[in-house]
Design a protein around this ligand. Structure first.
Ligand code: SAM
Length: 235
C-alpha cells in the first residue's frame, strides 16, 4: 500500500495536516537532539521527513533510515541526498560541521538487522500504527538502543471530548478519504488511514509495549488538540 501512495505522499501529508506535520516533526526532533546523539535510526522513515527535520536542527555522525517499503525508502534517499548536496555542503561545511554518514536499509521493525546497542536515538514518525507486532518492534528497539538511549515516537491520536472531537471525526470520515483518495489515486489507502488511526487510538498499545520491552516512558505530550501524541521512551 505504501508503495502505491509514495509518489504523492509528501504533498498529501502537508495538505491533509494543513501544514502542521512540520511543527509535529520539529517537536519530535527537539527531543531527539536533546541527547546529542552520535547515531540515529529513523525507523519507518518513509520519504525521510523526520530525518530532514532532524538534520535542520542537529547533525549526528551517522543517520540510518529504515523502512519496509522500497518505494518510500527510495524517495527518502533521493530527497535526503539532494538536501545534503544542496544545503549542507554550502552552509554547514563552510562552518566546519562534518556531514553525517547515511544508510538506507529495507527491513521491518519487528526484525531489525542491527547489532545490540547501535543507536543513541530511534525516532518513528507515524509508523508504529502500521507495525504488525508492536511489542516485538519495541523489544527490537530496546535491543539496538545504547544504554541511556532514547525512543521518540509521533503517532496520530484521537481527541476524546467536545466539539473539536466531533469536528475531527467528521474530517476523518469525509475530508481525509475523499481528498486523500482523489489526489493519491488510492481510495483504499485513505480509507485505511482513518480506520487504522481509530483502532490504534482505541487500543493504545504503545505504552504497555514500551514498558514490557524494558524501556521507560519519559514523556507523553498531546499536540494540536490531541490529534497527535508525542511519546518519548528511555532505555
Ligand atoms: C505513514 S508513513 C510515515 C513515514 C515517515 N516516517 C513520516 O513521518 O512521514 C509509514 C511508514 O511506515 C512503514 N512501515 C509500515 N510498517 C512497517 C514495519 N513493520 N517496519 C518498517 N516500516 C514499516 C511504511 O512503509 C511507511 O513508509
Amino acid at each position: 500500500m505504501f508503495n502505491d501512495i509514495a509518489p504523492r505522499y509528501d504533498t498529501l501529508n502537508h495538505l491533509l495536516s494543513l501544514g502542521l506535520d512540520k511543527r509535529w516533526r520539529r517537536a519530535a526532533v527537539r527531543r531527539a537532539a536533546a541527547v546529542c546523539p552520535t547515531a540515529v535510526l529513523d525507523l519507518a522513515a518513509g520519504t525521510g521527513d523526520m530525518t530532514l527535520a532532524l538534520l535542520k536542527r542537529y547533525v549526528p555522525q551517522h543517520i540510518c533510515c529504515a523502512d519496509l517499503s522500497p518505494e518510500m525508502l527510495g524517495r527518502g534517499k533521493e530527497k535526503i541526498c539532494r538536501w545534503l548536496d544542496k544545503r549542507f555542503w554550502k552552509k554547514r561545511l563552510a562552518r566546519g560541521i562534518c556531514p553525517p554518514t547515511t544508510d538506507f536499509v529495507e527491513c521491518t521493525a519487528e526484525a531489525l538487522p542491527f547489532a545490540d546497542g547501535s543507536f543513541d536515538v530511534v525516532m518513528i514518525g507515524f509508523g508504529v500504527r502500521n507495525f504488525a507486532d508492536i511489542p516485538q518492534s519495541m523489544r527490537e528497539i530496546a535491543r539496538i538502543l545504547k544504554p541511556g538511549g532514547r525512543l521518540v515516537v509521533l503517532e496520530f491520536s484521537m481527541p476524546r471530548r467536545g466539539f473539536f472531537a466531533l469536528l475531527y471525526r467528521l474530517y476523518l470520515r469525509l475530508y481525509l478519504p475523499l481528498v486523500g483518495g482523489l489526489i493519491s489515486g488510492s481510495f483504499k489507502a485513505y480509507r485505511y488511514l482513518p480506520s487504522s488511526m481509530a483502532q490504534y487510538a482505541a487500543e493504545s498499545p504503545l505504552l504497555p509495549a514500551i514498558t514490557a520491552s524494558g524501556m521507560a516512558v519519559v514523556e507523553q505530550r498531546p499536540l494540536s488538540g490531541g490529534t497527535v501524541m508525542l511519546t518519548v521512551g528511555g532505555r
